[in-house]
Design a protein around this ligand. Structure first.
Ligand code: SF4
Length: 485
């Protein structure tokens, strides 16, 4: 019989089918592209946990993987606070609690730790799950609290744990949802232990692409290439109407089916296998850009626990930049900078300003990201205020052209640079690079500069990181060249 843990329970709430597959057919369960990102979140969770433990200096750390029997013995000791005690109900529901405090009347105060900066009251089922398990094991949980990061905290010198963390009492909230959660736990237990489920369809068939997980194709093997889910910004209602009539591919959609103008352009592009370009609009947009053009890409390291003074939880540290500058005659020069330690990129801004000057237009892909980093830097490195403001006032988002004026069926409804580049410039590819995306870049850089056990070769790692960021800004140059042709 499959045991149910808190992680399983949350997985069940998000998607029963996906959980069943993971438990019953692990080889068919796809570990998604976000696994590195998730690993980072887990690591950060441990870091926040270490700070939360400081709030309870007399707490007893139970060994990792200690058993519920061991927990039971320790709860009868003289200690009052326990880290990581574990519990198992007779029905096989397992909980490892972050922090448990024994109150004078022998009831318990349960604390759940979250690395988020806020907690939605409607999303407390995981804390309630822990309470359920303890109660089913015969313990009375009188109080439940969440410890999470304080979004207004700004580091100044040594981290002040009491200011870094916020504790909120959610006892009443868990009482309100307790019986509903108990029912869901029972449902999860019986669901994952089913011998079989319908593996030919899953509920995301009726939802937009943003809801789909990596198992979508497994459960919906009949969905064709160029499917209705690829239509940009299509609503769930329209997906439902189309699926109900078995119109699963873009080519199946009846001509009179109502879609927005942009969506119709995309459908037409697939039908005719044609690239649809609004040349006059692109020309007028590009004519507004002023040379020199600075194609810029930042790589950043977001940390749950702020690493530098003036920074708050989850704020991004810029650790790398690549800028390709193009003059009117097409002449191209390149600037790159990669940090060697966790510090504000003051040196980067100095060198970059010397390289670009305060002239021309800055171009990035998904510009709100670069602009937000510049806004943060205004606060942290104010002596570059004029330069940072100049950049943001002269920033153009190259991606916008692919949202409206350049539609190619081979992008599969995406405007990601990683989809656009290989279609427009097949000679360039990310697939040969050691570092494949931003999440990988931040993970490797973070380990290289702060993990004493980093096993990689630093020179090679630097080269790989530089190659990745360089391609990001060069990709924009090459796409721009295609556009002006
Ligand atoms: S695609 Fe959606 S419904 Fe299907 S398994 Fe994934 S999350 Fe579940």
């Amino acid at each position: 019989m499959n045991q149910v843990t808190k992680t399983d329970f949350i997985h069940f709430i998000n998607c029963p089918e996906s959980l069943w597959l993971q438990k019953n057919k692990p080889n068919a369960y796809t570990k998604g592209p976000f696994s590195l990102f998730l690993e980072k979140l887990i690591k950060e969770g441990y870091e926040v946990e270490d700070y939360a433990k400081l709030l309870f200096p007399d707490g007893l750390n139970l060994p990792e993987n200690s058993t519920p029997t061991y927990t039971n013995q320790q709860l009868n000791s003289n200690h009052t606070v326990f880290f990581q005690p574990s519990f198992l109900t007779p029905k096989g529901v397992f909980a490892r609690v972050d922090i448990l405090e024994k109150l004078p009347d022998n009831t318990y105060h349960l604390y759940e730790i979250k690395s988020a900066t806020s907690v939605k009251k409607g999303k407390l089922e995981d804390a309630c799950f822990q309470k359920y398990v303890l109660q089913e094991c015969g313990y009375t949980v009188a109080k439940v609290s969440i410890i999470h990061l304080n979004k207004d905290y700004r580091k100044q010198g040594v981290i002040q744990t009491k200011e870094l963390l916020t504790i909120i009492d959610i006892t009443e909230n868990t009482n309100d949802i307790y019986s509903a959660v108990a029912n869901k736990i029972n449902a999860a237990t019986s669901y994952i232990n089913r011998n079989a489920i319908n593996e030919n369809k899953c509920s995301c068939r009726y939802k937009t692409r943003t809801n789909h997980c990596d198992s979508f194709s497994y459960f919906n093997s009949d969905i064709p290439d160029y499917s209705i889910y690829e239509i940009a910004r299509i609503s769930a209602k329209k997906i439902q109407q189309l699926v109900a009539q078995q119109y699963l591919g873009i080519l199946d959609i009846p001509l009179n089916f109502k879609l927005s103008t942009m969506q119709q352009v995309q459908v037409e592009s697939v039908r005719k296998e044609k690239v649809l370009i609004n040349k006059s609009s692109i020309k007028s947009t590009l004519n507004k850009l002023q040379y020199p053009l600075h194609f810029i890409d930042y790589e950043t390291f977001p940390a749950a626990i702020p690493k530098l003074d003036h920074m708050g939880p989850h704020q991004h540290l810029v650790f790398q930049v690549s800028v390709h500058t193009m003059q009117k005659d097409g002449d191209l020069t390149h600037f790159e900078w990669l940090g060697t330690k966790i510090e504000q990129p003051e040196d980067m801004l100095k060198q970059m300003q010397n390289f670009t000057g305060l002239t021309g237009t800055f171009i990035s892909w998904n510009a709100p990201f670069e602009m937000s980093r510049n806004k943060d830097l205004l606060e942290w490195v104010p002596k570059f205020k004029i330069y940072l403001n100049y950049m943001n006032a002269h920033m153009f988002d190259l991606m916008t052209i692919f949202k409206t004026d350049y539609v190619d069926f081979r992008f599969h409804g995406s405007t990601s640079i990683k989809k656009v580049l290989p279609v427009l410039c097949p000679q360039f590819s990310y697939s040969d690079l050691e570092v494949q995306d931003g999440t990988m870049a931040l993970d490797i850089w973070g380990r290289m500069v702060s993990d004493p056990d980093f096993g990689g070769d630093r020179d090679t790692t630097r080269k790989n990181l530089l190659a990745y960021c360089k391609l990001d800004s060069l990709a924009m140059v090459e796409i721009y060249r295609v556009l002006i042709k």
